[in-house]
Design a protein around this ligand. Structure first.
Ligand code: TEU
Ligand code: CA
Length: 556
């Protein structure tokens, strides 16, 4: 495999609104990020993905972009961004930006011009489609509820398409002029010195230009828009290959695709030497959980299923390239609360989950707060939720016949707001995030659960993350932990996640036991324990792993 600069690196996602406020308006900003770069450097991360910081009306928290080439004033300005970039580079850290090009904002000048004149060039950048028999063009449901179609302002029978919020009109990738505009914008950022992009909702660019109806799948008699785009095909691949050739390739950029729905058979199109991207997130567990048409259909996942799903991805990518393991992000509740049995939703469980996560093959993305073992925040009433999706799903719960309390319980497990509460820095007011009223609620445990407390505690989750990252970078193990193949081990008690990483001359064993009783695995007396979250000892060619614990062992 040809070596790339990003191989073996650990990435970290910053959700800028909730990371660090510097000017005390209750909202995180670029100066705040700058002030915390040393913290990230110290943690050992080398690639930082910053969620959108472009000019936006924030209907979908910055994923609705009104100007791709400027910073929103709530975050700072381009000069401050350059400062951030320079400081990161000094610390040997790479910044990647969020590339949101399935849609823009209704406030973007393209959309404004398009609406003012539906015959203009700008109108051809969007899907402006005539109704069918006085109705909307088809029956698809947007991700945030309701039809994907809304009337173009001032028009009687002309609709625009939006797979997400009303304020996020979809861009027409079938238009080569639009594609060229996007490439120019991307290259402008790459010229500035950013290292690449995380590419948002990219599968959505696939459209069936006939806009047919699909079999309905919900109480609203609509059909999920995923029905139109989830299966990759040659059209999308051609667009993405062109995108890569005209932008990323010229800069050796690192790209990570948010590419939902890519199956094992199609992975070679997306990652590896000729893939559309450097890597894509492994969303297999997320897709499993989110396979409902409304939040109330949610069912928790167990360890055995979680294991099988991530193992399946690992096995299919062994000879292909790298995926990006991820257990939480700004769209997902906290990993500890989502993937672990209730008895291990604590610091010990968080460390064991981290052991698996960071030793998998791939480019792991840590989400802000994950390194503290953050659990979900407790939201008491619907007004505490900010996300537009949460409010839509809340209504769906009520219409489905659930009580207010039942609906809140479901939202507490599923809402995207869970990933958006502020970073917990210390035990001062609002966890050191801001002295003003924070835009989102602060986690109930912040007095004890914070960076400052954990830095001071040798046994904290944070210090354990640091040790794991150090191990990944240790010259003795970086090769095997980067390129070593993944070999699954059996799940003997139904709650064990265990595997090997292997090179011809070296083998590491990684195991975590999320069951209720200790397990014993075979290993060799001369094997070497590299890290464990318990007092581990090898005896008689065996290693005992207590309930909740995890270990990494060098077998040879
Ligand atoms: O998310 C795209 C997406 O398809 C899923 O995350 C999911 O459908 C959504 O969270 C609803 O459950 C990306 C961004 O990560 C998300 O924050 C944006 O809202 C969305 O694109 C639109 O830009
Ligand atoms: Ca601020």
């Amino acid at each position: 495999m040809k070596q790339q600069w990003w191989h073996g690196k650990v990435a970290y996602q910053i959700y800028p609104k909730s990371f660090q406020d510097s000017n005390q308006d209750g909202i995180g900003d670029l100066k705040g990020i700058i002030s915390r770069l040393e913290y990230l450097h110290d943690l050992g991360v080398e690639i930082i993905w910053i969620s959108p910081i472009y000019v936006s009306p924030f209907e979908d928290q910055g994923y609705d972009i009104a100007n791709y080439q400027d910073i929103d004033p709530i975050f700072g300005d381009l000069a401050t961004f350059d400062e951030l970039l320079a400081k990161a580079q000094k610390l040997n850290m790479n910044i990647i930006m969020d590339l949101v090009v399935n849609h823009c904002s209704k406030e973007h000048e393209w959309f404004k011009k398009a609406c003012a004149d539906p015959k203009s060039e700008e109108a051809s950048y969007f899907y402006f489609i005539k109704g069918k028999n006085g109705q909307r063009p088809n029956n698809l449901r947007s991700h945030f509820g309701g039809s994907i179609w809304d009337l173009v302002p001032g028009q009687q029978d002309l609709y625009y398409c939006h797979f997400f919020a009303k304020g996020q009109p979809d861009l027409n990738w079938f238009n080569p002029k639009l594609r060229e505009k996007i490439y120019t914008m991307i290259n402008w950022w790459l010229d500035k010195g950013i290292a690449g992009f995380r590419i948002d909702a990219i599968m959505c660019i696939q459209k069936d230009l006939n806009f047919p109806d699909y079999p309905e799948d919900g109480e609203d008699h609509l059909a999920s828009c995923t029905k139109m785009y989830l299966k990759p095909n040659s059209i999308v691949n051609n667009f993405l290959q062109e995108l890569k050739a005209k932008t990323f390739d010229k800069y050796q950029a690192f790209t990570v695709g948010e590419a939902f729905g890519v199956q094992s058979n199609d992975l070679a199109d997306f990652i590896g030497a000729n893939g559309n991207f450097s890597t894509i997130f492994d969303f297999a567990p997320r897709e499993y959980i989110a396979s409902y048409s409304a939040f109330y259909g949610y069912e928790p996942i167990n360890i055995a299923t979680f294991r099988d799903l991530i193992f399946n991805t690992q096995i299919s990518t062994n000879n292909l390239g790298f995926v990006a393991p991820v257990i939480e992000n700004h769209d997902e509740p906290r990993g500890v609360s989502t993937y672990l049995p209730v008895m291990w939703q604590n610091a010990q469980g968080a460390k064991s989950l981290a052991t698996i996560f960071l030793m998998l093959r791939g480019i792991p993305f840590i989400y802000q707060g994950q390194e503290l073992g953050m659990t979900n925040t407790y939201f008491k009433n619907i007004d505490e939720f900010n996300d537009l999706q949460s409010h839509d799903e809340y209504q769906k719960c009520l219409q489905h016949g659930l009580t207010n309390n039942q609906a809140l319980e479901i939202l507490n497990h599923q809402a995207r707001d869970q990933g958006r509460t502020p970073m917990l820095w210390d035990d001062s007011t609002n966890a050191g995030f801001t002295t003003a009223t924070p835009w989102m609620k602060i986690h109930q445990d912040y007095k004890k659960l914070n960076v400052k407390a954990q830095l001071a505690d040798e046994n904290s989750v944070l210090n354990y993350y640091k040790k794991l990252i150090k191990l990944k970078k240790d010259p003795r193990f970086s090769e095997i932990l980067t390129y070593g193949s993944f070999v699954p081990l059996e799940n003997t008690n139904g709650s064990t996640i265990a595997f090997l990483r292997q090179l011809p001359n070296k083998t590491l064993m990684i195991a975590a036991n999320f069951g209720k009783e200790a397990i014993t695995l075979v290993c060799k007396d001369h094997a070497q324990i590299l890290i464990a979250n318990y007092e581990a000892a090898i005896a008689d060619n065996h290693i005992k792993i207590p309930a909740g614990a995890a270990i990494v062992i060098k077998l040879r």
